[in-house]
Design a protein around this ligand. Structure first.
Ligand SMILES: Cc1cc2nc3c(=O)[nH]c(=O)nc-3n(C[C@H](O)[C@H](O)[C@H](O)COP(=O)(O)O)c2cc1C
Length: 358
């Protein structure tokens, strides 16, 4: 009950699902997720023809995953006959079929996959005129809910989402990988992947903050629109943050590419305990909680709780004004402190209060 989410007239046993990508590109992978704890499944993006992808196309560098993948290398006919027809009688949870990209593609793809999808997720080209045609065509071809996936380089994304909803989309998935980006192999003096001038797209932990902001801004602009958050999820707390920002469901990919697909079930298993830690009785209550924005105007000095302080001095090293110092215990020169908040956010044991929190 605690983890359940009602979404577009479907019941999800929890909000986490894989994001579209190489972990859901085969029948065996769909079966794996069908038997796992995830609340739903999203396929790799399918188009009419199989993609021709230059290899290598996925690398991990630092905390990010860089990719130059396109849509699935299998054509729509293989997806229909070799994968989805076989998966359909086994399916135990909601299935999102991810499709791309043009209005003309949709005229072929939607009728082909309509019998197998609970939802469609659609990657788009990013000009507004094309978006209108694409979205209204999909709406004419299916009654099923469909979600437009937002690419983070779209600047006027509120307009983009508004147009998509106006022409018939059900909701939005935010966000896709961020780019163009570059991963460099210093030893070989070359970019690690990428066709044109080494450009690739980045996902994983470094994009979470961008994704959260997009989700929160879309939620503010469209209080009723269903939103699926995606980008940089690694821990149960990340799922909860996306829901507080305004999402109802959450997708994850890069972390599982780095750490393994058992991370989905591990994260779901930990969710109830983490929810208890943060006094969150249910997903439903969190979905109905309004995110409030910052502590503007507090302007308080850090108050150091000496009994909790472990004297690690992270706060001392981080203070840009050199206002904090250790002399037996951590102290603050209030005449130097500018109440920026960095010390409190750096404290590993929550021994500093008063600047960011009360
Ligand atoms: C290797 C790779 C392949 C991807 N392929 C697709 C795809 O086919 N369709 C799509 O909509 N998004 C695709 N994505 C984007 C992811 O679905 C997701 O939006 C993005 O990676 C952010 O989530 P994450 O940080 O949890 O990975 C791909 C991402 C990666 C890393």
């Amino acid at each position: 009950m605690k983890l359940k989410v009602e979404f577009c007239h479907h019941l999800f046993k929890n909000p986490l699902m894989p994001a579209s990508g190489p972990l859901t590109d085969k029948l065996e992978q769909l079966v794996f997720f069908n038997d796992s704890q995830v609340g739903a499944i999203v396929t790799k993006t399918i188009s009419v023809e199989g993609a021709r992808v230059n290899k290598p196309c996925i690398v991990n560098k630092g905390h990010g995953i860089f990719n130059t993948e396109l849509w699935s290398e299998k054509p729509a006919s293989v997806w229909r006959h070799e994968i989805l027809e076989k998966f359909h009688p086994l399916k135990k949870k909601p299935l999102f079929i991810s499709l791309g990209y043009t209005k003309k593609d949709m005229e072929t793809l939607i009728p082909l996959f309509n019998p197998y999808a609970d939802f469609f997720e659609v990657s788009t080209h990013y000009n507004m005129d094309e978006l209108k045609g694409l979205v209204s065509t999909i709406r004419q071809l299916t009654d099923k809910p469909f979600f437009i996936k937002l690419s983070p380089h779209i600047q006027d994304y509120i307009d983009f989402v508004g147009t998509a909803i106006h022409y018939g989309a059900t909701g939005v998935v935010a966000i896709n990988s961020v780019g163009p980006t570059m991963a460099i192999d210093l030893r070989q003096r070359k970019t690690m992947i990428g066709l044109k001038e080494g450009q690739s797209w980045m996902s994983g932990a470094p994009i979470k903050a961008i994704a959260l902001h997009r989700v929160a801004m879309i939620r503010q602009a469209f209080p009723e629109v269903p939103i699926i958050g995606c980008g940089g999820v690694e821990r149960p707390e990340d799922i909860l943050e996306f829901i507080l920002a305004g999402g109802q469901l959450v997708q994850m990919l890069s972390h599982a590419l780095i750490k393994g697909t058992d991370r989905y079930d591990q994260i779901i298993k930990k969710l109830p305990t983490v929810m208890e830690d943060y006094d969150i009785p249910s997903m439903k209550s969190l979905i109905n909680t309004q995110l409030s924005f910052s502590n503007e105007g507090l302007n308080h000095y850090p108050s150091i709780h000496q009994e909790a302080c472990i004297k690690c001095q992270w706060c001392v090293k981080s203070c840009p004004e050199k206002a904090l110092f250790l002399d037996g215990y951590i102290q603050c020169k209030v005449d130097l402190c500018v109440s920026c908040g960095l010390c409190e956010s750096r404290c590993p044991v929550d021994a500093i209060k008063g600047v960011l929190s009360c």
